[in-house]
Design a protein around this ligand. Sequence first.
Ligand SMILES: *Cc1c(COP(=O)(O)O)cnc(C)c1O
Length: 367
Amino acid sequence: MTRPVRARIELQAVTHNLSVARQAAPQSRIMAVIKANAYGHGVIPVTRALMKADAFAVASLEEAMQLREAGISHDIVLLEGIFEAEELELAITHQLQLVVHCEEQISWLEGFKSGASVHLWLKVNTGMNRLGFSPQTALAMWQRLQRLRYVKTNGLRWLSHLACADEPDNPANSTQLACFTELTHFSETLQGSAAERSLANSAALLTRPDMHFEWVRPGIMLYGASPMAPDHALEAELQPVMTLETRLIAVHQRRKGETIGYGQDWVCPEDMPVGVAAIGYGDGYPRHARSGTPMLVNGSTVTLAGRVSMDMICVDLRNQPEAKAGDVVTLWGAGMPVEKVAQYAGTISYELLCGVTSRVPRFYQST
Ligand SMILES: *Cc1c(COP(=O)(O)O)cnc(C)c1O
């Protein structure tokens, strides 16, 4: 028998989650964020399930080229633009849209001659303080980009990113919105026509209609995980896309006082069954998951006992005493939200999904 760990990817859930985004932001176009191998789900099959998106967003030229090579002709946005001048030729040949966040990128663009035309997204820093021009310098940069001959008519757009969208009541959201609105209004007055704008990630898409503008940029919600901080409930009916599962490969009766695994730091509180499941941090199951992290065995919740090893974990089976070797263990996905596991591991769903390693086979289904 082969090692039983696998990630089942439900492609219909991707399509469903896209329609949730569509309903929540009916006036906007959707730039589906599929960077990092579609958050670990496998970019080509996921993209094919997202054909109704208006554009795709990725983190690099390499990620974009993978899509073009698969014959995907949608608009594709490079969220950090190009990393060196040499990338420009290929980016423009393949009709990629570039985020422009720094002066160096502008000078690369100014030094480039092209017969083709391009869309550019000028990134402004409204409070995230990661990438982008300050609101004070952004207009001057906008004017420099306008002078480029090969920018499409109305091909220059505004983009910014939110720091606290996962906490809808955080006042930083409104501060960023006010800054973005003021700047883009001012530029509209200056040039006499409105440019398209994009601000919202998944969290803002679902909770802040006032932030939708012409383009929304959902990522995590397409994969069925809540974009909200743990204390914030979410109304939307998202469906989980990835179910990570394996099987028990052994079940042992342990005595009260026996210890489990590395460091011997989990002690059996009573005589009890302990299972061994074939998954570990070598597969992307987080080593920081603490004892007590929930998972499903035969549909019942059981918990992690002791430290996560590279290829195995141990499972407290007191809640499922009939469990035996061969039974299915669901680490996250259908019936066990990845957000919940992330909390036990001191991380976020994004990191868990992206972190499933290449040795875990992905099985695609659309039921
Ligand atoms: C990753 C990313 C997104 C998507 O964010 P989610 O929280 O996954 O919806 C949107 N915009 C930018 C610039 C990003 O880098």
